[in-house]
Design a protein around this ligand. Structure first.
Ligand SMILES: Nc1nc2c(c(=O)[nH]1)N[C@H]1C(S)=C(S)[C@@H](COP(=O)(O)OP(=O)(O)OC[C@H]3O[C@@H](n4cnc5c(N)ncnc54)[C@H](O)[C@@H]3O)O[C@H]1N2
Ligand code: MOO
Ligand SMILES: [Mg+2]
Length: 420
């Protein structure tokens, strides 16, 4: 009996490397449709197309100081201590354009941000000038030579007309929002946020609001996944919790696949008697992408395709659920939104303490980054087992510990996935 059990499908799993598992998922991910959103809602969204500058920026020669717009050549004779006096023919506040041009011997009083009038090629700041009236005409005196171009920002200094200023696939942050605003793009083309269905399986699971009961725990993975989906730019669709009953899981999954772009579940993917998500995926073995990965935690992470949509069945163990999301769900959600960068950044860091644990699978160790003497050190969490929940919050990276025969010593250079 025991022998027969050990040979059943659920034990005979083909192990994939992490990258191969990621590729299998991404091969089934399609980009979502385009939509436009008002600029004030564009933060965190992924740009659907390149944005070419409709005009140069700045669009006019701009004064960088409060002062006088002048013809710089007029001040050439200043070095000998000689003061030059120019007739002030205009006063240009910000937002106004001078009607006339500046000719040699004249100047226009001008404020920071105003358009420099034609003929002028420099602005001298107020502090470097003095004023007087000659025959009722206001004049400005300058004692030092002023270089041509001084305090004038030329047209297109920041961006030329037609230049691609934001590339498709970019995640829009504050600086991008400023660019879009400056170029008058009030409706921003982005890709739709994927609807990500999330449900948890586990007869032991209580809702957050329920009092604790013997042998049971509150469902912490669903709210964690909800937060992670949001962080990745997806729209979580929370589908609740079901007990470990195969029929319930089958119908819940059906609903999820009909209403969502991607489905993430947590729990029930190992080899236990009630690990129904594993059973559910094996029912239609043809559409299973994988159910074993050479990684810890999360070796039993499972994925399948149903009706063209991806189901990612994460482990119930909180640590494995978290790592599984970061490695497999995050890139999928990013890819649906056309993100230029699908994966979290990887850094080379210095291991702060010995890490003696050895493993035949690659381990993703929760750790805390610390900047010391200009170098980045990573300190593994004191307890980082797959079943441990509480140290997830203390981690800002996952150290990638390759399968080794010996542990790693403090001071070793290691790769780490930087968490956001
Ligand atoms: N005989 C074997 N047993 C186990 C193996 C194995 O290879 N052979 N693998 C172990 C590993 S590794 C992991 S990881 C877990 C995977 O478990 P499942 O994905 O099947 O998850 P469950 O059995 O449903 O739960 C495991 C654990 O996590 C708790 N849990 C479940 N859901 C939630 C939730 N929503 N919020 C918080 N905590 C949750 C659950 O109560 C269990 O304690 O299997 C090992 N066993
Ligand atoms: O799948 Mo488990 O988390 O490898 O430890
Ligand atoms: Mg289990």
């Amino acid at each position: 009996m025991a022998d027969r059990e050990a040979k059943s499908d659920k034990f005979m799993r083909k192990v994939l490397q992490v990258q191969e598992a990621q590729n299998r998922i991404l091969a089934h991910i399609r980009r979502l449709e385009r939509e436009t959103v008002p600029l004030e809602e564009a933060q965190g969204r992924y740009l659907a197309e390149n944005i070419a500058a409709p005009h140069p920026f700045p669009a006019f020669p701009r004064s960088g100081m409060d002062g006088y717009a002048i013809v710089a050549a007029d001040t050439e004779k200043c070095p000998g201590g000689g003061e030059v006096w120019l007739r002030v023919v205009d006063n240009i506040p910000c937002g106004s354009v001078s009607a006339g041009a500046i000719i040699p011997g004249t100047a226009a009083r001008i404020m920071t941000g105003a358009q420099v009038p034609e003929g002028a090629d420099a602005v001298v700041m107020l502090e470097m000038t003095e004023t007087r009236e000659v025959d009722g005409v206001p004049c400005v005196g300058i004692r030092k030579p002023i270089a041509s171009g001084a305090n004038v920002t030329p047209v297109g200094l920041e961006v030329s007309q037609g230049e691609t200023v934001l590339a498709a696939g970019r995640k829009l942050a504050a600086g991008d929002i400023a660019v879009l605003a400056a170029f008058g793009i009030a409706e921003v083309p982005v890709l739709r946020r994927p609807k990500v269905g999330v449900f948890a399986t586990g007869t032991e699971l209580l809702d957050v609001k329920e009092p604790l009961q013997p042998g049971r725990i509150r469902n912490s993975n669903s709210p964690m996944l909800q937060a992670l989906v949001r962080e990745a730019g997806g729209e979580p669709v929370m589908l609740g919790t079901i007990p470990d009953v195969l029929d319930l899981a089958r119908s819940k999954l059906q609903t999820a696949l009909e209403t969502c772009d991607l489905v993430i579940t947590t729990g029930g993917v190992s080899v236990g008697d009630y690990d129904i998500m594993g059973d559910l995926v094996r029912e239609e073995a043809g559409d299973m992408l994988f159910n074993k990965i050479a990684m810890r935690p999360g070796s039993v992470t499972t994925a399948a395709v149903r009706g063209g949509k991806v189901l990612l069945a994460l482990s119930g163990n909180p640590g494995a659920c978290y790592v599984g999301f970061q490695l497999f769900a995050r890139p999928a959600i990013a890819s649906m939104q056309g993100a230029a960068e699908l994966f979290l950044p990887e850094w080379t860091v210095i291991l702060g303490v010995d890490y003696p644990k050895i493993n035949n699978f690659t381990r993703f160790v929760r750790a805390r980054l610390e900047l010391r003497d200009g170098s980045v050190y990573a300190y593994p969490a004191a307890i980082d087992a797959s079943s441990v929940m509480v140290t997830i919050k203390d981690s800002d990276c996952l150290i990638i510990v390759p399968p080794e025969e010996r542990g790693l010593a403090a001071g070793a250079k290691v790769r780490a996935i930087k968490l956001l």
